[in-house]
Design a protein around this ligand. Structure first.
Ligand code: SAM
Length: 291
């Protein structure tokens, strides 16, 4: 993965060269703003994961929870409610998403949540400050996975738990991969390709899709378990709504009506009473900091 030096301003106390400068730029640019604006859609898309994630995390009253790559903080706030007398802290590299997280937290009145802007690979977490670290798809963007998960291990108390979900490899036998591949071909034929930023974000999302990579990254942990899950991802209330959402990711592209219709036809088989839903495969990973 490419890393870039970042110019240092006199108000910026962070080092001028950050290991994840490219992802920081991506998540503070149009990709991050799209996620912030479309928070409800993205939450619904991966909402099926929540029960699996929280069953594995077993958050109890009084727990101190760290949510890595918390985005707009929906999972952080669920964690905080489960932690009761404890608290949840979300860390993320994206200011637009953290602004959204803070606004939602104020609106929902969740008192035991806070957010920190930082790169989880290098962020100076309090040593042993957390009982459990969780992430719904926020741990795949590190230039150095072992360094990042090592930093997160230091943030956990001895015996503290790590639970995260990340995508399995794309494959034509997975509904979501197959449909998204066909939709990308239809858009590509119109010259509507993903921006370099979106392409880099998607490439990074796949960086932990091989369980061997996950296990190598978790060298600092014990009791590592990688379980395959099939979930349903939500894309819209009907094919037209789902296509509108997909096209909002390439807002400058002129897509003719006939192509929109072809895209809707690709999604029609997946439309039902609960909207457009496609089967997707993820890994649910659990591990612990050695006691
Ligand atoms: C796919 S989104 C998932 C967001 C959130 N966990 C959710 O379920 O909605 C990935 C998130 O990871 C964040 N991220 C990427 N690299 C990061 C890093 N090095 N440290 C902290 N957060 C990071 C992004 O800003 C983004 O919010």
């Amino acid at each position: 993965m490419t890393t870039h030096a970042r110019p240092k301003s006199r108000y910026d106390t962070r080092p001028a060269s950050l290991p994840n400068a490219r992802q920081e730029a991506i998540w503070n640019g149009p990709v991050g703003r799209h996620w912030a604006e479309q928070q409800d859609r993205y939450d619904a898309m991966s909402g099926d994961l929540n029960d699996h994630l929280f069953a594995a995390a077993a958050i109890g009253d009084g727990d101190r929870v760290l949510d890595i790559g918390c985005g707009a903080g929906t999972v952080t706030r669920i964690a905080a409610r489960l932690a009761g007398g404890g608290r949840a802290v979300g860390v993320d590299i994206s200011e637009p998403l953290l602004a959204r997280a803070r606004a939602r937290t104020a609106a929902e009145g969740v008192p035991n949540v806070s957010y920190e802007r930082g790169d989880a690979q290098t962020h100076p977490f309090p040593a042993g400050g957390y009982d459990v670290a969780i992430s719904r798809g926020g741990v795949m963007f590190f230039a150095d996975h072992a360094a990042a998960f090592g930093n997160i291990a230091r943030a956990l108390r001895p015996g503290g738990r790590l639970v995260f979900a990340c995508p399995q490899p794309a494959s034509p036998d997975i509904e979501e991969s197959r449909a998204l591949g066909t939709l990308a071909s239809l858009l590509g034929a119109q010259g509507a390709t993903a921006s370099p930023e979106s392409a880099d974000a998607r490439a990074a999302m796949a960086s932990l899709s091989d369980p061997r990579t996950i296990r190598a990254a978790l060298a600092a942990y014990t009791d590592v378990d990688v379980t395959a899950l099939t979930i349903e991802t939500y894309w819209g209330k009907d094919p037209s709504d789902a296509v509108g959402f997909l096209l909002s990711r390439t807002p400058d592209a002129a897509v003719p009506r006939v192509t929109r219709k072809a895209m809707e036809d690709v999604l029609s088989p997946y439309a039902g009473g609960r909207g457009v839903r496609m089967k997707a495969r993820v890994w649910l990973v659990t591990a612990a900091r050695p006691s």
